[in-house]
Design a binder for this molecule. Sequence first.
Ligand code: NAD
Length: 456
Amino acid sequence: MKVINPATGAVIAEVDADDAAAVRNKYAVARAAQPRWAAVPIRKRLEAIAKFRENIVARHEALARTLTSEVGKPIRQSRNELNGLLGRIDFFLAEAVGALREEKIYADPTQKLDERITHEPLGVIANISAWNYPYFVGSNVFVPALVSGNAVLYKPSEFATLTGLHIADMLHEAGVPRDVFVPVIGDGATGAALTRQPVDGIFFTGSYATGAKIAAAAARRMVKVQLELGGKDPIYVCDDVDVQAAAAAVADGAFYNTGQSCCSVERIYVHESIHDAFVAAFVAEVKSYKIGDPMDESTYIGAITRRPQLDVLKQQVADAKKKGAKLLTGGGVIRGKGNWFEPTVFTGVDHSMAMMRDESFGPIIGIQSVADDDAAVDLMNDTEYGLTAGVYTNDDKRARRILKRIHSGSVYWNCCDRVSPRLPWSGVGHSGIGLTLSTYGIQTFTRPKAWHLRSA
Ligand code: NAD
């Protein structure tokens, strides 16, 4: 399998992909190894994760450069991802023992009755990952899964394979046995082969389309399936904000990671009384973004990682123009080597347009004027997705009133495009089922076992 730099189109590496037979063998190896790993005391498993963290710190710059070269992410944003990863690992190191401790639920000495819950590892799990934040979406699964005693068959995205192999090396060097954390290398066909193995859980991060296929493939097997999928995340900007500050913050939420975040801002609604001022400030901000070589320290907009996404972006732009939206900046593919799309802003959009309904996953955004909070809430909820949503206002009560009515896994007041390891990360509707992060996202890799104990 060829690894291609999306910024230049150059082949930067070739790796061996796993065929169906190789995937079967890897499953068998992990199945045999898992009970031994589950028997290792949790403190020892945590020591291995702490060593993994040290390995990341030691190789930080080289890892950031590899990530940038294979996904086209600006180098500063690759470093940010690695720094964020360290914080997530710290959360798991601090919380795992408490989250996985045996719970004494009830005791009645008169009846000699004792009721407890233990958190048992699921067994062997498949961790099928996306490329846009490979360190984040991978570690949300494999760190707590390993800590809680599971063996992990880890399939990085075919667009982040080198990063996936680095992760495997660093875990193995840290003391996680090679047969307990097993990288599975390849594209969708390899992923599909992995979902056919009799694993005890499938933890997937990726698109709704692939998530639906995985749910169907696993339906008859009665195993845990967690799907962290896409979004069409809205922001509503109220009439009482500092327009310049809100425009800069929301533009960053829409264009950071070149718009290729699951929780990128994908739709903007602005109160009509500040619409024009907001749009002017927003477009000025977007025009200030530096686009170019992702290895350049000052680059903010990088390459489009998957070449086919350029067609999705072109179609959304053409559809919006045809239906009467007004293009304020950008609007097209940047010709030359690699995959590039101009940062693009539309106003005069509505929900008949694909740009306001389907995930764009790129540097394009539509801004729609709304008359009041009720209209904004109706539009924000008018989606099959429900990953995140946010509101910008100076009024705490107004924010809570609005956010209470929003159907999404996460809600934001005066912030956006944000993930916290302390809070559950989950979606509603086509954004998926299940969760990662928080203490629930540690327990999710276990099954609660009920102990009914009556002494003689
Ligand atoms: P994708 O669905 O194309 O691929 C994801 C993974 O699934 C890859 O490893 C791929 O090889 C594998 N795969 C493809 N077909 C498969 C099949 N039939 N069976 C099993 N595995 C298969 O998604 P992507 O392009 O890697 O990621 C982008 C998508 O991920 C966007 O929709 C984004 O919003 C979403 N995402 C969601 C979150 C979240 O936390 N909710 C985080 C990051 C990305």
